[in-house]
Design a protein around this ligand. Structure first.
Ligand code: HXC
Length: 510
Protein backbone atom coordinates (compact mmCIF):
# COMPACT_ATOMS: atom_id res chain seq x y z
CA UNK A 1 0.00 0.00 0.00
CA UNK A 2 2.81 2.34 0.96
CA UNK A 3 4.37 1.89 -2.46
CA UNK A 4 1.08 2.60 -4.20
CA UNK A 5 0.68 5.84 -2.26
CA UNK A 6 4.27 6.81 -2.96
CA UNK A 7 3.74 6.16 -6.64
CA UNK A 8 0.80 8.58 -6.63
CA UNK A 9 2.94 11.21 -4.92
CA UNK A 10 5.74 10.63 -7.43
CA UNK A 11 3.39 11.05 -10.38
CA UNK A 12 1.86 14.12 -8.83
CA UNK A 13 5.33 15.58 -8.25
CA UNK A 14 6.24 15.10 -11.90
CA UNK A 15 2.93 16.59 -13.09
CA UNK A 16 3.38 19.61 -10.87
CA UNK A 17 6.74 20.35 -12.45
CA UNK A 18 4.99 20.87 -15.80
CA UNK A 19 7.61 21.59 -18.46
CA UNK A 20 10.44 21.20 -15.93
CA UNK A 21 12.50 23.29 -13.54
CA UNK A 22 14.42 25.04 -16.31
CA UNK A 23 11.25 26.39 -17.89
CA UNK A 24 9.85 27.30 -14.47
CA UNK A 25 13.03 29.30 -13.79
CA UNK A 26 12.69 31.01 -17.18
CA UNK A 27 9.12 31.92 -16.28
CA UNK A 28 10.29 33.47 -13.00
CA UNK A 29 13.11 35.32 -14.75
CA UNK A 30 10.51 37.02 -16.92
CA UNK A 31 8.79 38.28 -13.77
CA UNK A 32 5.93 35.79 -14.21
CA UNK A 33 4.53 33.19 -11.85
CA UNK A 34 3.74 29.65 -12.96
CA UNK A 35 0.17 28.46 -13.53
CA UNK A 36 0.02 26.66 -10.18
CA UNK A 37 1.59 29.57 -8.29
CA UNK A 38 -1.06 31.84 -9.80
CA UNK A 39 -3.90 29.56 -8.81
CA UNK A 40 -2.55 29.16 -5.28
CA UNK A 41 -2.28 32.90 -4.87
CA UNK A 42 -5.68 33.55 -6.36
CA UNK A 43 -7.70 31.04 -4.36
CA UNK A 44 -8.17 30.84 -0.60
CA UNK A 45 -5.19 29.06 0.91
CA UNK A 46 -5.36 25.29 0.48
CA UNK A 47 -8.74 25.41 -1.27
CA UNK A 48 -7.64 24.31 -4.75
CA UNK A 49 -8.98 20.98 -5.95
CA UNK A 50 -7.31 20.03 -9.20
CA UNK A 51 -8.85 18.02 -12.04
CA UNK A 52 -7.14 16.09 -14.82
CA UNK A 53 -3.59 16.46 -13.62
CA UNK A 54 -2.59 13.37 -15.58
CA UNK A 55 -4.27 14.18 -18.88
CA UNK A 56 -1.90 13.99 -21.85
CA UNK A 57 -2.35 14.92 -25.48
CA UNK A 58 -3.13 12.18 -28.01
CA UNK A 59 -1.16 13.53 -30.92
CA UNK A 60 1.50 11.55 -32.70
CA UNK A 61 2.47 13.90 -35.52
CA UNK A 62 5.81 15.68 -35.67
CA UNK A 63 7.37 13.45 -33.00
CA UNK A 64 4.72 14.35 -30.44
CA UNK A 65 4.15 10.71 -29.43
CA UNK A 66 7.46 10.87 -27.54
CA UNK A 67 6.70 14.24 -26.09
CA UNK A 68 3.86 13.93 -23.59
CA UNK A 69 3.67 15.96 -20.41
CA UNK A 70 1.10 15.30 -17.69
CA UNK A 71 -1.48 18.08 -17.56
CA UNK A 72 -0.91 19.08 -21.19
CA UNK A 73 -0.36 22.79 -20.64
CA UNK A 74 -3.34 23.81 -18.55
CA UNK A 75 -4.09 23.48 -14.84
CA UNK A 76 -7.81 23.23 -14.06
CA UNK A 77 -10.07 22.80 -11.06
CA UNK A 78 -12.03 24.71 -8.47
CA UNK A 79 -11.53 26.37 -5.13
CA UNK A 80 -12.88 29.28 -3.14
CA UNK A 81 -12.44 33.05 -3.02
CA UNK A 82 -13.31 34.29 0.45
CA UNK A 83 -15.28 31.12 0.95
CA UNK A 84 -17.31 31.24 -2.28
CA UNK A 85 -16.82 28.59 -4.98
CA UNK A 86 -15.11 29.53 -8.24
CA UNK A 87 -13.85 27.41 -11.11
CA UNK A 88 -10.48 28.16 -12.60
CA UNK A 89 -8.12 27.23 -15.40
CA UNK A 90 -4.60 28.53 -15.88
CA UNK A 91 -2.50 28.01 -18.98
CA UNK A 92 0.90 26.54 -18.19
CA UNK A 93 3.40 28.25 -20.46
CA UNK A 94 6.13 25.79 -19.43
CA UNK A 95 4.29 22.99 -21.31
CA UNK A 96 4.30 23.47 -25.09
CA UNK A 97 4.00 27.22 -24.52
CA UNK A 98 0.54 26.71 -22.98
CA UNK A 99 -0.73 25.94 -26.48
CA UNK A 100 -4.15 24.38 -26.85
CA UNK A 101 -4.46 20.75 -27.95
CA UNK A 102 -7.62 18.68 -28.18
CA UNK A 103 -7.00 17.20 -24.70
CA UNK A 104 -6.11 20.63 -23.27
CA UNK A 105 -9.39 22.01 -24.64
CA UNK A 106 -11.31 19.12 -23.06
CA UNK A 107 -9.88 20.03 -19.67
CA UNK A 108 -11.09 23.62 -20.05
CA UNK A 109 -14.49 22.45 -21.33
CA UNK A 110 -14.89 20.25 -18.25
CA UNK A 111 -14.49 23.17 -15.83
CA UNK A 112 -16.64 25.40 -18.02
CA UNK A 113 -19.41 22.79 -17.90
CA UNK A 114 -19.04 22.37 -14.15
CA UNK A 115 -19.06 26.11 -13.53
CA UNK A 116 -22.25 26.50 -15.54
CA UNK A 117 -23.94 23.46 -13.99
CA UNK A 118 -23.04 24.57 -10.49
CA UNK A 119 -23.67 28.27 -11.14
CA UNK A 120 -20.32 29.63 -10.02
CA UNK A 121 -17.93 32.13 -11.64
CA UNK A 122 -15.12 30.89 -13.88
CA UNK A 123 -11.74 32.54 -14.14
CA UNK A 124 -9.29 31.85 -16.97
CA UNK A 125 -5.62 32.76 -16.60
CA UNK A 126 -3.83 33.11 -19.93
CA UNK A 127 -0.17 32.71 -20.80
CA UNK A 128 -0.10 30.83 -24.07
CA UNK A 129 0.85 30.57 -27.71
CA UNK A 130 -2.52 29.75 -29.29
CA UNK A 131 -3.49 26.58 -31.11
CA UNK A 132 -1.08 23.61 -30.73
CA UNK A 133 0.42 23.75 -34.18
CA UNK A 134 1.15 20.01 -34.27
CA UNK A 135 -2.55 19.18 -33.78
CA UNK A 136 -4.05 21.14 -36.65
CA UNK A 137 -7.84 21.07 -36.87
CA UNK A 138 -8.18 19.12 -33.59
CA UNK A 139 -6.92 22.25 -31.81
CA UNK A 140 -9.17 24.55 -33.82
CA UNK A 141 -12.16 22.37 -32.97
CA UNK A 142 -11.14 22.51 -29.31
CA UNK A 143 -11.17 26.30 -29.38
CA UNK A 144 -14.62 26.42 -30.92
CA UNK A 145 -15.94 24.08 -28.21
CA UNK A 146 -14.56 26.47 -25.59
CA UNK A 147 -16.05 29.51 -27.38
CA UNK A 148 -19.45 27.86 -27.58
CA UNK A 149 -19.42 27.30 -23.82
CA UNK A 150 -18.38 30.93 -23.23
CA UNK A 151 -21.45 32.06 -25.11
CA UNK A 152 -23.86 29.72 -23.32
CA UNK A 153 -22.49 30.83 -19.95
CA UNK A 154 -22.62 34.52 -20.84
CA UNK A 155 -25.10 36.31 -18.61
CA UNK A 156 -25.55 33.20 -16.45
CA UNK A 157 -22.28 33.08 -14.51
CA UNK A 158 -19.56 35.72 -14.29
CA UNK A 159 -16.63 34.87 -16.58
CA UNK A 160 -13.33 36.67 -16.02
CA UNK A 161 -10.07 36.47 -17.98
CA UNK A 162 -6.67 37.44 -16.69
CA UNK A 163 -3.91 37.81 -19.28
CA UNK A 164 -0.49 37.18 -17.76
CA UNK A 165 1.74 36.44 -20.75
CA UNK A 166 1.32 36.01 -24.47
CA UNK A 167 -2.26 35.54 -25.61
CA UNK A 168 -2.44 35.06 -29.35
CA UNK A 169 -4.49 33.46 -32.10
CA UNK A 170 -7.28 31.31 -30.77
CA UNK A 171 -6.53 32.30 -27.19
CA UNK A 172 -7.86 35.84 -27.61
CA UNK A 173 -11.43 35.00 -28.54
CA UNK A 174 -12.42 33.14 -25.42
CA UNK A 175 -11.40 36.09 -23.19
CA UNK A 176 -13.09 38.45 -25.63
CA UNK A 177 -16.41 36.75 -24.93
CA UNK A 178 -16.02 36.84 -21.15
CA UNK A 179 -17.29 39.66 -18.95
CA UNK A 180 -13.99 41.22 -17.94
CA UNK A 181 -10.38 41.06 -19.11
CA UNK A 182 -7.48 42.15 -16.93
CA UNK A 183 -3.85 42.34 -18.05
CA UNK A 184 -0.42 42.62 -16.47
CA UNK A 185 1.69 45.55 -17.62
CA UNK A 186 4.86 44.76 -19.60
CA UNK A 187 4.52 40.95 -19.45
CA UNK A 188 1.23 40.35 -21.22
CA UNK A 189 -0.03 41.02 -24.72
CA UNK A 190 -3.04 40.06 -26.78
CA UNK A 191 -3.41 39.99 -30.53
CA UNK A 192 -5.03 37.89 -33.23
CA UNK A 193 -1.86 37.86 -35.32
CA UNK A 194 1.60 38.65 -33.96
CA UNK A 195 4.25 41.13 -35.13
CA UNK A 196 5.79 38.68 -37.64
CA UNK A 197 2.51 38.10 -39.47
CA UNK A 198 1.76 41.82 -39.34
CA UNK A 199 5.12 42.51 -40.99
CA UNK A 200 4.46 39.95 -43.73
CA UNK A 201 0.91 41.05 -44.50
CA UNK A 202 0.93 44.81 -43.99
CA UNK A 203 4.67 45.54 -43.89
CA UNK A 204 4.21 47.36 -40.57
CA UNK A 205 7.01 47.00 -38.05
CA UNK A 206 5.59 46.80 -34.56
CA UNK A 207 6.61 45.25 -31.26
CA UNK A 208 4.39 42.86 -29.32
CA UNK A 209 3.91 45.55 -26.69
CA UNK A 210 2.96 48.18 -29.27
CA UNK A 211 0.58 45.78 -30.98
CA UNK A 212 -1.23 44.35 -27.99
CA UNK A 213 0.30 45.35 -24.66
CA UNK A 214 -1.74 46.35 -21.62
CA UNK A 215 -1.46 50.04 -22.38
CA UNK A 216 -2.88 49.57 -25.90
CA UNK A 217 -5.80 47.49 -24.69
CA UNK A 218 -6.69 49.66 -21.69
CA UNK A 219 -6.39 53.04 -23.41
CA UNK A 220 -7.05 52.54 -27.13
CA UNK A 221 -8.84 49.34 -28.07
CA UNK A 222 -10.80 49.02 -24.78
CA UNK A 223 -10.36 45.25 -24.99
CA UNK A 224 -9.05 45.12 -21.41
CA UNK A 225 -10.92 46.41 -18.37
CA UNK A 226 -7.86 47.06 -16.24
CA UNK A 227 -4.10 46.55 -16.00
CA UNK A 228 -1.88 45.87 -13.02
CA UNK A 229 1.85 46.00 -12.40
CA UNK A 230 2.46 42.32 -11.71
CA UNK A 231 0.82 38.92 -11.38
CA UNK A 232 0.26 39.24 -7.64
CA UNK A 233 -1.49 42.60 -7.84
CA UNK A 234 -3.66 41.44 -10.75
CA UNK A 235 -4.83 38.30 -8.97
CA UNK A 236 -5.58 40.15 -5.73
CA UNK A 237 -7.65 42.71 -7.63
CA UNK A 238 -9.62 39.97 -9.39
CA UNK A 239 -10.40 38.50 -5.95
CA UNK A 240 -11.68 41.95 -4.97
CA UNK A 241 -13.94 42.02 -8.02
CA UNK A 242 -15.27 38.52 -7.39
CA UNK A 243 -16.22 39.57 -3.87
CA UNK A 244 -18.55 42.12 -5.43
CA UNK A 245 -20.27 39.79 -7.88
CA UNK A 246 -23.09 37.29 -7.40
CA UNK A 247 -22.35 33.64 -8.15
CA UNK A 248 -24.82 33.64 -11.03
CA UNK A 249 -27.78 35.42 -12.56
CA UNK A 250 -30.12 33.67 -10.14
CA UNK A 251 -27.99 34.03 -7.00
CA UNK A 252 -28.47 36.81 -4.47
CA UNK A 253 -25.99 39.67 -4.39
CA UNK A 254 -23.18 39.15 -1.90
CA UNK A 255 -23.78 41.07 1.32
CA UNK A 256 -21.10 42.14 3.75
CA UNK A 257 -21.23 44.00 7.04
CA UNK A 258 -21.41 47.77 6.48
CA UNK A 259 -19.50 49.79 9.04
CA UNK A 260 -20.26 53.23 7.66
CA UNK A 261 -23.58 54.78 8.57
CA UNK A 262 -25.73 55.97 5.69
CA UNK A 263 -27.22 58.77 7.77
CA UNK A 264 -23.95 60.65 8.29
CA UNK A 265 -24.20 63.98 6.51
CA UNK A 266 -21.35 64.90 4.18
CA UNK A 267 -21.78 68.64 3.80
CA UNK A 268 -18.77 68.91 1.47
CA UNK A 269 -21.10 67.61 -1.26
CA UNK A 270 -23.13 70.81 -1.01
CA UNK A 271 -20.21 72.68 -2.57
CA UNK A 272 -19.03 69.99 -4.99
CA UNK A 273 -20.68 71.63 -8.00
CA UNK A 274 -18.89 74.94 -8.73
CA UNK A 275 -20.92 78.15 -9.02
CA UNK A 276 -19.69 78.56 -12.60
CA UNK A 277 -21.50 75.95 -14.69
CA UNK A 278 -18.56 75.67 -17.07
CA UNK A 279 -16.11 74.70 -14.36
CA UNK A 280 -15.30 71.01 -13.99
CA UNK A 281 -15.35 68.98 -10.78
CA UNK A 282 -14.49 65.37 -10.09
CA UNK A 283 -17.57 63.14 -10.15
CA UNK A 284 -15.52 60.39 -8.52
CA UNK A 285 -15.66 62.42 -5.33
CA UNK A 286 -19.43 61.91 -5.30
CA UNK A 287 -19.06 58.20 -6.03
CA UNK A 288 -16.49 57.74 -3.27
CA UNK A 289 -18.73 59.58 -0.83
CA UNK A 290 -21.73 57.45 -1.78
CA UNK A 291 -20.17 53.98 -1.55
CA UNK A 292 -19.34 52.25 1.72
CA UNK A 293 -15.92 53.26 3.05
CA UNK A 294 -14.92 54.88 -0.23
CA UNK A 295 -14.29 51.46 -1.74
CA UNK A 296 -14.86 51.63 -5.51
CA UNK A 297 -13.74 49.09 -8.15
CA UNK A 298 -13.48 50.99 -11.39
CA UNK A 299 -13.86 49.30 -14.77
CA UNK A 300 -11.95 50.68 -17.79
CA UNK A 301 -10.52 53.55 -15.76
CA UNK A 302 -8.11 54.52 -18.55
CA UNK A 303 -10.55 54.44 -21.47
CA UNK A 304 -13.27 56.98 -22.30
CA UNK A 305 -12.58 58.79 -19.07
CA UNK A 306 -15.54 61.08 -19.75
CA UNK A 307 -17.69 58.37 -18.23
CA UNK A 308 -16.91 56.48 -15.03
CA UNK A 309 -18.16 52.92 -14.50
CA UNK A 310 -17.55 50.59 -11.61
CA UNK A 311 -18.79 48.70 -8.60
CA UNK A 312 -19.13 49.70 -5.00
CA UNK A 313 -21.34 48.75 -2.09
CA UNK A 314 -24.10 50.66 -0.39
CA UNK A 315 -25.04 49.29 3.03
CA UNK A 316 -22.99 46.20 2.25
CA UNK A 317 -24.67 45.29 -1.03
CA UNK A 318 -23.21 45.65 -4.53
CA UNK A 319 -24.23 48.56 -6.75
CA UNK A 320 -23.03 49.47 -10.25
CA UNK A 321 -22.21 53.13 -10.78
CA UNK A 322 -22.26 55.01 -14.06
CA UNK A 323 -21.33 58.69 -13.96
CA UNK A 324 -20.52 61.38 -16.49
CA UNK A 325 -17.13 62.89 -15.62
CA UNK A 326 -17.10 66.70 -16.03
CA UNK A 327 -13.29 66.65 -15.68
CA UNK A 328 -12.88 65.02 -19.12
CA UNK A 329 -14.43 66.56 -22.25
CA UNK A 330 -16.97 68.20 -19.90
CA UNK A 331 -18.54 64.77 -19.42
CA UNK A 332 -19.87 64.66 -22.98
CA UNK A 333 -21.18 61.38 -24.39
CA UNK A 334 -19.16 60.18 -27.37
CA UNK A 335 -18.98 56.80 -29.10
CA UNK A 336 -16.37 55.34 -26.76
CA UNK A 337 -18.14 56.48 -23.59
CA UNK A 338 -21.46 55.15 -24.88
CA UNK A 339 -20.04 51.73 -25.70
CA UNK A 340 -18.16 51.50 -22.42
CA UNK A 341 -21.18 52.37 -20.30
CA UNK A 342 -23.59 50.27 -22.37
CA UNK A 343 -21.58 47.13 -21.79
CA UNK A 344 -21.35 47.90 -18.08
CA UNK A 345 -25.10 48.54 -17.76
CA UNK A 346 -25.83 45.27 -19.53
CA UNK A 347 -23.48 43.37 -17.22
CA UNK A 348 -25.26 44.82 -14.18
CA UNK A 349 -28.65 43.96 -15.65
CA UNK A 350 -27.57 40.36 -16.39
CA UNK A 351 -26.54 39.83 -12.80
CA UNK A 352 -29.27 41.80 -11.01
CA UNK A 353 -26.93 44.52 -9.80
CA UNK A 354 -28.81 47.82 -9.21
CA UNK A 355 -27.50 50.78 -11.17
CA UNK A 356 -26.91 54.25 -9.76
CA UNK A 357 -26.37 56.89 -12.45
CA UNK A 358 -24.89 60.32 -11.73
CA UNK A 359 -25.66 62.73 -14.53
CA UNK A 360 -23.74 65.83 -15.58
CA UNK A 361 -23.74 65.72 -19.35
CA UNK A 362 -23.74 68.57 -21.85
CA UNK A 363 -24.98 66.28 -24.65
CA UNK A 364 -23.53 64.09 -27.37
CA UNK A 365 -20.19 65.13 -28.89
CA UNK A 366 -20.72 66.93 -32.22
CA UNK A 367 -18.40 66.58 -35.22
CA UNK A 368 -17.55 64.57 -38.29
CA UNK A 369 -15.18 62.26 -36.43
CA UNK A 370 -18.00 61.15 -34.16
CA UNK A 371 -20.68 60.96 -36.84
CA UNK A 372 -18.45 59.06 -39.27
CA UNK A 373 -17.44 56.77 -36.40
CA UNK A 374 -21.05 55.76 -35.83
CA UNK A 375 -22.07 57.94 -32.90
CA UNK A 376 -25.73 57.28 -33.68
CA UNK A 377 -25.26 53.54 -33.37
CA UNK A 378 -22.93 53.70 -30.36
CA UNK A 379 -25.10 56.21 -28.54
CA UNK A 380 -28.06 53.95 -29.24
CA UNK A 381 -26.25 51.12 -27.47
CA UNK A 382 -26.33 53.03 -24.21
CA UNK A 383 -29.90 54.13 -24.74
CA UNK A 384 -30.88 50.54 -25.52
CA UNK A 385 -28.99 49.16 -22.53
CA UNK A 386 -30.65 51.49 -20.05
CA UNK A 387 -34.07 51.05 -21.63
CA UNK A 388 -34.00 47.24 -21.53
CA UNK A 389 -32.52 47.03 -18.01
CA UNK A 390 -35.00 45.81 -15.42
CA UNK A 391 -32.76 46.11 -12.36
CA UNK A 392 -33.38 48.98 -9.91
CA UNK A 393 -32.28 52.19 -11.62
CA UNK A 394 -31.58 55.25 -9.48
CA UNK A 395 -30.49 58.50 -11.06
CA UNK A 396 -29.16 61.71 -9.61
CA UNK A 397 -28.73 64.72 -11.90
CA UNK A 398 -26.05 66.87 -10.30
CA UNK A 399 -25.82 69.54 -12.97
CA UNK A 400 -26.33 69.42 -16.74
CA UNK A 401 -28.74 67.00 -18.35
CA UNK A 402 -29.01 68.38 -21.85
CA UNK A 403 -30.66 67.09 -24.98
CA UNK A 404 -30.69 63.44 -25.96
CA UNK A 405 -28.16 62.72 -23.25
CA UNK A 406 -30.84 63.63 -20.65
CA UNK A 407 -33.03 60.90 -22.09
CA UNK A 408 -30.25 58.35 -22.34
CA UNK A 409 -28.81 58.63 -18.84
CA UNK A 410 -31.40 56.48 -17.03
CA UNK A 411 -34.13 59.10 -17.27
CA UNK A 412 -37.60 58.59 -15.82
CA UNK A 413 -38.85 57.86 -19.33
CA UNK A 414 -36.55 54.82 -19.59
CA UNK A 415 -38.20 53.31 -16.52
CA UNK A 416 -35.92 55.01 -14.00
CA UNK A 417 -37.21 53.97 -10.58
CA UNK A 418 -35.97 56.91 -8.56
CA UNK A 419 -34.89 60.05 -10.36
CA UNK A 420 -33.42 62.71 -8.14
CA UNK A 421 -31.87 66.05 -8.96
CA UNK A 422 -29.66 68.34 -6.96
CA UNK A 423 -30.82 71.98 -6.77
CA UNK A 424 -27.91 72.76 -9.11
CA UNK A 425 -29.42 70.62 -11.89
CA UNK A 426 -30.03 72.15 -15.31
CA UNK A 427 -32.40 70.02 -17.36
CA UNK A 428 -33.05 71.38 -20.84
CA UNK A 429 -32.71 70.77 -24.54
CA UNK A 430 -29.43 72.69 -24.54
CA UNK A 431 -27.39 75.31 -22.68
CA UNK A 432 -28.50 78.95 -22.59
CA UNK A 433 -26.08 80.32 -25.20
CA UNK A 434 -26.95 77.82 -27.92
CA UNK A 435 -30.66 78.03 -27.15
CA UNK A 436 -30.87 81.83 -27.27
CA UNK A 437 -28.85 82.03 -30.48
CA UNK A 438 -31.37 79.76 -32.17
CA UNK A 439 -34.71 80.92 -30.83
CA UNK A 440 -33.80 84.64 -30.77
CA UNK A 441 -31.68 84.72 -33.91
CA UNK A 442 -33.31 87.97 -35.06
CA UNK A 443 -31.89 89.74 -31.95
CA UNK A 444 -28.37 88.39 -32.34
CA UNK A 445 -26.89 91.83 -33.10
CA UNK A 446 -28.39 93.37 -29.94
CA UNK A 447 -26.32 92.32 -26.88
CA UNK A 448 -28.82 93.79 -24.43
CA UNK A 449 -31.73 91.80 -25.81
CA UNK A 450 -29.60 88.65 -25.97
CA UNK A 451 -28.59 89.13 -22.32
CA UNK A 452 -32.24 89.52 -21.32
CA UNK A 453 -33.28 86.44 -23.29
CA UNK A 454 -30.41 84.47 -21.80
CA UNK A 455 -31.42 85.44 -18.27
CA UNK A 456 -35.00 84.48 -18.97
CA UNK A 457 -33.94 81.11 -20.41
CA UNK A 458 -31.61 80.41 -17.49
CA UNK A 459 -34.25 81.29 -14.90
CA UNK A 460 -36.90 79.17 -16.55
CA UNK A 461 -35.02 76.16 -17.84
CA UNK A 462 -31.64 75.83 -16.18
CA UNK A 463 -33.03 74.34 -13.01
CA UNK A 464 -34.50 71.02 -11.91
CA UNK A 465 -37.95 72.47 -11.35
CA UNK A 466 -39.47 72.27 -14.83
CA UNK A 467 -38.72 68.53 -14.80
CA UNK A 468 -39.87 68.25 -11.18
CA UNK A 469 -43.16 69.97 -12.06
CA UNK A 470 -43.86 67.14 -14.49
CA UNK A 471 -42.74 64.37 -12.16
CA UNK A 472 -39.78 63.52 -14.40
CA UNK A 473 -37.68 64.16 -11.33
CA UNK A 474 -39.19 62.53 -8.24
CA UNK A 475 -37.54 64.88 -5.80
CA UNK A 476 -35.00 67.68 -5.67
CA UNK A 477 -32.59 66.54 -2.96
CA UNK A 478 -29.87 68.13 -0.89
CA UNK A 479 -26.45 67.03 -2.17
CA UNK A 480 -25.38 66.11 1.37
CA UNK A 481 -28.25 63.63 1.65
CA UNK A 482 -27.34 61.69 -1.51
CA UNK A 483 -25.91 58.59 0.18
CA UNK A 484 -28.85 58.37 2.58
CA UNK A 485 -31.45 58.87 -0.14
CA UNK A 486 -29.84 56.29 -2.41
CA UNK A 487 -29.41 53.77 0.40
CA UNK A 488 -33.09 54.08 1.32
CA UNK A 489 -34.10 53.88 -2.33
CA UNK A 490 -31.99 50.78 -2.93
CA UNK A 491 -33.58 49.12 0.07
CA UNK A 492 -37.09 50.03 -1.09
CA UNK A 493 -36.32 48.61 -4.56
CA UNK A 494 -34.93 45.28 -3.34
CA UNK A 495 -38.08 43.42 -4.33
CA UNK A 496 -38.51 45.19 -7.64
CA UNK A 497 -40.12 42.83 -10.10
CA UNK A 498 -40.16 43.88 -13.72
CA UNK A 499 -39.86 41.73 -16.83
CA UNK A 500 -39.63 42.60 -20.50
CA UNK A 501 -41.88 40.93 -23.07
CA UNK A 502 -40.75 37.42 -24.05
CA UNK A 503 -38.36 37.32 -26.97
CA UNK A 504 -35.63 35.01 -28.20
CA UNK A 505 -33.19 37.84 -27.68
CA UNK A 506 -33.19 41.52 -28.52
CA UNK A 507 -31.39 43.13 -31.41
CA UNK A 508 -29.19 45.74 -29.75
CA UNK A 509 -27.42 47.87 -32.40
CA UNK A 510 -23.93 46.31 -32.47
C1 HXC B 1 3.00 24.38 -30.20
C2 HXC B 1 4.14 26.05 -29.18
C3 HXC B 1 3.23 27.01 -29.65
C4 HXC B 1 2.15 26.53 -30.43
C5 HXC B 1 4.70 28.04 -28.50
N1 HXC B 1 5.05 26.74 -28.48
N2 HXC B 1 3.59 28.22 -29.22
N3 HXC B 1 4.01 24.75 -29.45
N4 HXC B 1 2.06 25.22 -30.67
N5 HXC B 1 1.21 27.36 -30.88
C6 HXC B 1 6.18 26.15 -27.82
C7 HXC B 1 7.49 26.49 -28.48
O1 HXC B 1 7.75 25.60 -29.51
C8 HXC B 1 8.46 26.36 -27.32
O2 HXC B 1 8.74 25.00 -27.12
C9 HXC B 1 7.65 26.81 -26.14
O3 HXC B 1 6.28 26.71 -26.52
C10 HXC B 1 7.92 28.25 -25.75
O4 HXC B 1 7.83 29.06 -26.93
P1 HXC B 1 8.95 30.11 -27.33
O5 HXC B 1 8.68 30.50 -28.73
O6 HXC B 1 10.31 29.57 -27.01
O7 HXC B 1 8.65 31.27 -26.31
P2 HXC B 1 8.68 32.83 -26.56
O8 HXC B 1 9.93 33.22 -27.26
O9 HXC B 1 8.40 33.44 -25.24
O10 HXC B 1 7.45 33.13 -27.55
C11 HXC B 1 6.14 32.87 -27.16
C12 HXC B 1 5.20 33.02 -28.36
C13 HXC B 1 5.72 32.17 -29.53
C14 HXC B 1 5.14 34.49 -28.76
C15 HXC B 1 3.80 32.62 -27.90
O11 HXC B 1 5.96 30.85 -29.07
C16 HXC B 1 4.78 32.12 -30.68
O12 HXC B 1 4.70 33.05 -31.48
N6 HXC B 1 4.09 30.98 -30.78
C17 HXC B 1 3.20 30.75 -31.90
C18 HXC B 1 1.98 31.62 -31.81
C19 HXC B 1 1.00 31.29 -32.86
O13 HXC B 1 1.14 31.72 -34.01
N7 HXC B 1 0.09 30.40 -32.52
C20 HXC B 1 -0.92 29.84 -33.43
C21 HXC B 1 -2.00 30.89 -33.56
S1 HXC B 1 -3.21 30.42 -34.65
P3 HXC B 1 10.15 24.49 -26.58
O14 HXC B 1 10.02 23.01 -26.57
O15 HXC B 1 11.16 25.00 -27.54
O16 HXC B 1 10.28 25.09 -25.22
C22 HXC B 1 -4.45 29.99 -33.67
C23 HXC B 1 -5.65 29.64 -34.47
C24 HXC B 1 -6.88 29.44 -33.61
O17 HXC B 1 -4.38 30.02 -32.50
C25 HXC B 1 -8.00 30.25 -34.14
C26 HXC B 1 -9.28 29.97 -33.44
C27 HXC B 1 -10.25 31.10 -33.68
Amino acid sequence: MKEILEELERRRGIAKLGGGQQRIDAQHQRGKLTARERIDLFLDEGSFEEFDMFVEHRSSDFGMEKNRIAGDGVVTGWGTVNGRTVFVFAKDFTVFGGSLSEAHAEKIMKVQDMALKNRAPIIGIYDAGGARIQEGVAALGGYAEVFQRNVLASGVIPQISVIMGPCAGGDVYSPAMTDFIFMVRDTSYMFVTGPDVVKTVTNETVTAEELGGASVHTTRSSIADGAYDNDVEALLQVRRLIDLLPQSNTSPLPEIECYQSVTDVDSSLDTLVPANANKPYDIKELILKTVDEGDFFEIQASFAKNIVCGFGRVEGSTVGFVANQPMVLAGVLDSDASRKAARFVRFCDCFNIPIVTFVDVPGFLPGTAQEYGGLIKHGAKLLFAYAEATVPKLTVITRKAFGGAYDVMASKHLRGDLNYAWPTAQIAVMGAKGAVEIIFRKDIADPEKIAAHTKMYEDRFLSPFVAAERGYVDEVIMPHSTRRRLARGLKMLRNKNLTNPWKKHDNIPL
